[in-house]
Write a protein that binds this ligand. Structure first.
Ligand SMILES: [Zn+2]
Length: 74
């Protein structure tokens, strides 16, 4: 009886540990993907202008702050 219970407990813990490890790996990969995409999600892009200006502008407002020309994202 004791041996059977031990096997059952051991099998259960292996399943639980495996599930936790897989869950953690999925969570970490999801968080990594979220943090990598965070700058783009904020709507900020790096750009440079023909007038020599270089910096970050809003993705939906691609205008040079110096000469007000349309910017191309880099
Ligand atoms: Zn400019």
């Amino acid at each position: 009886m004791d041996l059977l219970n031990q096997e059952l407990v051991a099998g259960y813990s292996v399943l639980e540990v495996g599930g936790v490890v897989i869950g953690l790996i999925i969570l970490i990969s999801v968080f990594k993907a979220l943090f990598k995409k965070a700058p783009e999600r904020k709507g900020v892009i790096s750009a440079s202008c023909a007038c020599g200006w270089r910096g970050q502008v809003g993705a939906y407002n691609r205008r040079c702050p110096r000469c007000n020309a349309a910017l191309k994202p880099q």
